[in-house]
Design a protein around this ligand. Structure first.
Ligand code: MG
Length: 270
C-alpha cells in the first residue's frame, strides 16, 4: 500500500496540494545557493502564524514562558538538584530571587526569538554594576545585560543591553527606572561539527524597539574580566535569568519562538 504508515491528514494534504493550482514558474533561473527556481511553485508555503492582537504579545507559535500567573515553565537548582523556584510571582510579575540563585527555563533552546520585559525599581540604589543587575543568559552562557543604565554609569560593555563583556549596545534607549523595558532578542546558536566550532553564537537585540545589536558575532561565552572563546557545547541549553544578589527587579510577558530555517515541510491546508 502506498500510504501505509502515513497519517491521513498528510495524505489529504498532499492530495489537496496536487489538485490546487500553485502560482509560479519552472522556466526561471535556479537561485544561487538554493535548489529552487525563481518563483518556484513547488517551494513550500510558510506556516501560518497568528500575530498577537496587542503589540509585544506572543504570536500563535510562541511558547509562553510567563503570562503573569505562575512559574510552571521555570526551575531552580539547589545543591545540583532541581528545586521549586523561590523567585516570587506578585501582581502579574516575577520578582527577582534576591540571593536564591538563577531562574532557569525547564526547556532547553537553541536558535530562538525571545521577548522579555523588565522593570528596575523606581528607587533603585547603588552604582555601576550594583544598580539593579540581572541578565538574560542564552543557552546558559551568553548574557544580555539587565541593569539600570538610565543616566547611570558603568563600563560600556556592561550596561543594559550590552552583550556582557564584549559589546556595548549601539545606542542607549533605556527608560527611567520604574518604567517597563522590553528586549526582543534573536539568538543564533553556535554551530559545531564534531569537536570543531563552525560558527560562534550571534545576537540581534531590539531594546525598547530600538536595534542595539545587528547579528553581532560573539567571541564565546560571557565572562567578567576575561575573554572566553567559543567551545563545543550541546545544541540546546536552558535560558536563565540572573540572580545578582540584592537587586530589586520585576519581569513580565516572557515568550519564545524556536527558529527554524526556510522551506519547512508544508502544513495541511486550513
Ligand atoms: Mg548581569
Amino acid at each position: 500500500m502506498l500510504f501505509v504508515g502515513v497519517p491521513l491528514a498528510a495524505v489529504l494534504s498532499l492530495a489537496f496540494v496536487a489538485q490546487v493550482h500553485r502560482d509560479g514558474y519552472r522556466n526561471t533561473p535556479i537561485l544561487p545557493g538554493q535548489k529552487w527556481h525563481v518563483h518556484d511553485p513547488d517551494r513550500p508555503y510558510p506556516h501560518e502564524v497568528v500575530p498577537s492582537a496587542a503589540p509585544g504579545g506572543p504570536p500563535s507559535d510562541a511558547t509562553v514562558l510567563f503570562d503573569g500567573k505562575d512559574l510552571s515553565q521555570w526551575t531552580q537548582y539547589a545543591g545540583g538538584a532541581e528545586s521549586t523556584p523561590k523567585w516570587k510571582v506578585a501582581k502579574g510579575c516575577i520578582e527577582i530571587g534576591g540571593g536564591t540563585g538563577n531562574l532557569y527555563t525547564k526547556e532547553k533552546f537553541g536558535d530562538c526569538q525571545l521577548h522579555i520585559e523588565y522593570q528596575e525599581d523606581k528607587n533603585v540604589k547603588g552604582s555601576g554594576q550594583g544598580r539593579g543587575n540581572s541578565g538574560v543568559f542564552l543557552m546558559s552562557k551568553y548574557e544580555v545585560q539587565v541593569l539600570d543604565s538610565y543616566r547611570a554609569s558603568t563600563y560600556a560593555d556592561g550596561q543594559a543591553g550590552a552583550l556582557y563583556g564584549q559589546y556595548p549596545p549601539l545606542v542607549n534607549p533605556m527608560r527611567p527606572p520604574g518604567e517597563w523595558q522590553a528586549y526582543d532578542i534573536i539568538f543564533t546558536a553556535p554551530k559545531f561539527e564534531g569537536t570543531k566550532v563552525v560558527e560562534p553564537a550571534y545576537v540581534t537585540l531590539f531594546f525598547n524597539g530600538v536595534m542595539v545589536h545587528n547579528h553581532q558575532k560573539l567571541n564565546g561565552p560571557s565572562a567578567h574580566q576575561a575573554v572566553l572563546m567559543q567551545e563545543v557545547q550541546p545544541a540546546e541549553d536552558h535560558i536563565y535569568l540572573q540572580d545578582h544578589g540584592p537587586s530589586k527587579l520585576k519581569f513580565r510577558n516572557i515568550w519564545i519562538r524556536r527558529l527554524k530555517g526556510y522551506d519547512q515541510p508544508e502544513e495541511a491546508p486550513k
